[in-house]
Design a protein around this ligand. Structure first.
Ligand code: ADP
Length: 494
């Protein structure tokens, strides 16, 4: 039998990527095609859904030609995507009726504030596991129906379709034949009952969204259709779907309760697998669906930090005290400690577990001898302190001890940061050899569905440690630093 391959389409916030894996789970090719975001008003973020589709298709074609394999040997395709971003299009013409509203877009913040203050707030948060916020898709769909002339009646007649980017790509890949999403994406719309995994009539009524425009919710691992052969040269089965953070959890081989990962990108996204038990957060984390490789519902707790690696961009672009992100590692090590300097990057408020949109950043503890080494070090440490707060909240919510943290994302290459993270957590931090975990997770889900891999146990065996950082800090030092961090946070609160 010829070698079979798995194609992964990894559609992110700034670029669309594609990757090909062989039967051993090794990546043999990868390509990325960037697309633009638009900022038409303060706090608004839009993208062109057709440009996203074009970029994704081009990335897939470039990846297949780079790998130099026959498309007929691609046995499965998995899709992963920026979550919450909302597209509404005409089912007859395939044309979007409005620009895609990106997850970062705040245009529905006022509506969400009203909703949070209304009698519906408890029902919404209990049913969805989410905190009411403009981040999620529900208020974005509603905005389009309210603001695009004629769209409400068309939606009621079934002429308009809604999708997050997974749904939009699959609809285009199948020439309009398949309109589906998976529970990980649907759990971010604020329209799905987290426990049952179904669209909820009460939620649809609150947001005034007709059910006719919603995709069917199908398992994250399982065949939903085949790619139109004119696009990539073969009728490749589409067999895996997951939102980016849940795909990364799968790509880190976190398939069991208690296994946790943190992605260090612009922001940080920590997820801990909660098994088959519906999580209820009392520490302002989000309850969400994990990508299940079988038919059972699986859950995760999620916490996000808004400014993670972005604090390093700020040092570079706003302060000009480093010339590139990688340099932060060496500059931080020109001093032996931050010597009481704390930098709280609450530039856009604070995310979980504080959820304080009025907080603003600070640098505290400066003395006459403080230098750029202390500030750069404090910036890197802030990423680790914020992550520690998420992990503390996860342990408090789940009542279980997280034994190690698996890491990925652009800033996870920083060895100083990873060692400090292990020190401040008092837990090992483990970096895998393939840090493209998002693309990998979608490939796993698709490959398992098509029988290329027997199940999660087989793909777990592919997961390789590149480096393990053991905690080496004394308990007293760690406690002192955490006290200092908490005091610094208190000073930034709105
Ligand atoms: P995203 O997917 O959010 O665009 P990436 O995973 O590509 O992000 O990571 C980019 C982020 O990582 C940037 O904010 C950058 O400042 C940070 N970063 C990149 N390299 C390093 C490094 N060596 N040390 C610290 N931060 C880094």
């Amino acid at each position: 039998m010829p070698q079979r391959y798995v194609l992964s389409l990894d559609e992110g916030t700034t670029s669309a990527r594609a990757a090909l894996y062989n039967e051993s789970g090794e990546r043999i090719a990868m390509h990325s095609v960037a697309f633009d975001s638009f900022f038409p008003h303060a706090g608004w973020v839009e993208q062109d859904a057709l440009a996203i589709w074009k970029a994704q298709l081009e990335a897939a074609r470039l990846t297949i030609s780079q790998a130099n394999i026959a498309p007929q040997n691609i046995a499965a395709c998995g899709i992963t995507n920026q979550r919450e971003t909302t597209v509404v299009w005409d089912r007859h013409t395939g044309q979007p009726v409005a620009p895609a509203i990106v997850w970062q877009c705040r245009r529905t913040a006022a509506f969400c504030a009203e909703l949070a203050a209304s009698r519906h707030s408890r029902l919404i948060e209990e049913k969805t596991g989410l905190v009411i916020d403009a981040y999620f898709s529900g208020s974005k769909i509603r905005w389009i129906l309210e603001n695009v002339a004629g769209s409400r009646s068309k939606a009621a007649n079934g002429d308009l379709l809604f999708g997050n980017i997974d749904t939009w790509l699959i609809w285009n890949l199948t020439a309009g034949k398949v309109h589906v999403t998976d529970p990980t994406n649907a759990s971010r719309t604020m329209l799905m009952d987290l426990e049952t995994g179904e669209w909820d009539d009460e939620l649809l009524a609150i947001f005034d969204i007709p059910r006719a425009m919603l995709p069917a919710i199908v398992p994250s691992s399982g065949r939903v259709g085949t790619i139109n052969p004119e696009l990539l040269g073969a009728a490749i089965p589409i067999s895996g779907i997951a939102g980016d953070q849940q795909a990364a959890l799968a790509g880190q081989a976190c398939f069991r309760a208690g296994l946790s990962k943190n992605t260090y990108g612009t922001g940080c996204f920590a997820l801990t697998h909660a098994g088959t038990k519906l999580p209820r957060s009392t520490n302002r984390l989000l309850g969400t669906r994990a990508a299940s490789a079988n038919a059972t519902a699986q859950f995760a707790l999620e916490g996000s930090v808004f400014i993670g690696g972005a604090v390093i961009q700020w040092l570079r672009d706003q302060l000009g005290i480093i010339s590139n992100a990688a340099e932060s590692e060496a500059v931080a090590q020109t001093v032996s400690s931050s010597e009481g300097v704390f930098l709280v990057p609450a530039f856009v408020g604070l995310g979980a577990p504080h959820w304080d949109s009025n907080a603003r950043g600070s640098i505290t503890g400066l003395t006459r001898s403080s230098n750029k080494g202390h500030i750069v070090r404090a910036a890197l440490e802030s990423i680790a302190f914020q992550t520690r707060e998420l992990i503390d909240a996860m342990e408090a919510d789940s009542g279980e001890i997280i034994t190690e943290l698996r890491v990925d994302g652009g800033a996870a290459v920083n060895n100083f940061l990873m060692q400090f993270q292990a020190d401040i957590l008092g837990k090992p931090v483990v970096r895998p050899s393939d840090v493209e975990t998002t693309a990998l997770g979608a490939a796993y889900l698709a490959g398992i569905a098509e029988g290329i891999w027997a199940g999660t146990a087989e793909v777990e065996s592919f997961w390789r440690v590149e480096r393990r950082f053991e905690p080496a800090m004394s308990d007293a030092t760690r406690a002192g630093l955490m006290d200092g961090w908490k005091a610094a946070i208190a000073r930034t609160r709105g």
